[in-house]
Ligand binder design. Structure first.
Ligand SMILES: Cc1cc2nc3c(=O)[nH]c(=O)nc-3n(C[C@H](O)[C@H](O)[C@H](O)COP(=O)(O)O)c2cc1C
Length: 321
């Protein structure tokens, strides 16, 4: 299947530790998107942001940083920072549905201020020295809002427009509005990338059959749940127990080093296991225990019991919410 595969940004999960380990153990990803950073008005990158962006910490060839802001000046500053680090594209987040983000008119919240968004894009595209791509939803409440939104996007040379065909109010659940993605396929002047609910190889084949012209897809939760998904799509093998164990070990050790202590490392692992547990048959009890645990020791015991007691599946059963 001649598709380009991107790993979606998942805040708290797809850190540089995850991306490096995933690329090394499973591969199959053409591009990894970094979770967003939101530049402060003082124009300072935090240590955490710098650590994730620093090319010295990243061993993955194709990386796209993502910025979330409603101020063109801050976006342009951030774009210049990442350009100077050697990045060749910067992505604008217009999709984050979180209440606190939306209340500030950022992420998907910016889709509720279309005149301001148009002015923002006008300034960004007239001044940015690096190609700018956009990741968006269909709107805030009603999918039909996308008609006006796409009209605005069509005024600018967006390097790639990734569409998650849900509105902000739908978060990550419920039926996708694929009819509007189909409409966008015929109306967008910019190249489109599809994102949403691709969890198995079959899901990707169905998407390609439905949209034969789509060239690019982005996968988030499906890849966290089945890290070999994209390798399988390229005709490769399913994840083995040894690989998953090695991947998980690389992550936990990497986080222990990055944070200098096991507590926050175990918290990071919990977030990944929310999805990864779906790759194991009958992991409901462990999933529940994982959500409750507090101490790194408990985490280590639980992780060991998953690998000892549970059988690995060939593929994940969706949905992953
Ligand atoms: C825990 C979590 C964190 C996310 N963080 C980001 C982010 O930093 N930037 C972004 O554009 N989208 C973010 N998303 C949205 C995903 O990139 C993606 O659009 C969404 O999960 C739908 O795709 P999927 O069905 O393949 O997972 C996040 C989603 C989840 C569940």
């Amino acid at each position: 299947m001649s598709l380009r595969y991107a790993a979606a940004p998942l805040e708290g999960i797809t850190t540089f530790v995850f991306r490096n380990a995933h690329h090394r153990v499973f591969g199959g990803v053409d591009r990894y998107f970094l979770p967003f950073f939101s530049p402060a008005a003082e124009h300072i990158l935090t240590n955490r942001e710098l650590r994730d962006l620093d090319p010295a910490n990243n061993t993955v060839p194709n990386l796209v940083p993502q910025v979330m802001t409603r101020r063109a000046e801050d976006f342009l500053w951030a774009a210049e920072q990442v350009r100077a680090m050697g990045y060749r594209e910067v992505n604008l987040n217009l999709g984050c549905p979180s209440g606190t983000v939306v209340a500030k008119g950022k992420g998907a919240g910016f889709l509720g201020h279309l005149e301001e968004l148009d002015q923002f894009l006008d300034e960004v595209f007239s001044k940015a020295a690096v190609p700018v791509s956009v990741k968006t939803r269909l709107g805030i409440r009603n999918p039909e809002e996308f008609h006006r939104i796409l009209e605005i996007f069509n005024r600018y040379p967006i390097a790639e427009l990734t569409v998650h065909p849900r509105v902000q109010k739908e978060f990550y659940k419920g039926a996708l509005h694929r009819d509007l993605f189909a409409w966008a396929m015929s109306e967008s002047r910019n190249p489109l990338c599809y994102n949403g609910d691709l969890v198995t190889v079959e899901d990707c084949f169905t998407l390609k059959a439905e949209f034969p012209k789509v060239e690019s897809v982005m996968i988030g939760r499906g890849l966290a749940a089945d890290p070999a998904l994209l390798r399988k799509l390229r005709g490769g093998s399913a994840a083995t127990r040894g690989e998953v164990e090695c991947f998980v070990q690389m992550l936990y050790e990497g986080y222990c080093v990055a944070y200098g202590q096991a507590g926050p490392a175990a918290q990071r692992m919990k977030e990944l296991w929310f999805y990864l547990i779906h790759l194991f048959r009958g992991g409901e009890k462990q999933a529940k225990a994982m959500r409750r645990l507090k101490q790194p020791r408990e985490y280590e015991q639980l992780e060991a019991s998953i690998f000892r007691d549970l059988e690995l599946r060939e593929a994940v059963l969706g949905p992953l919410v």
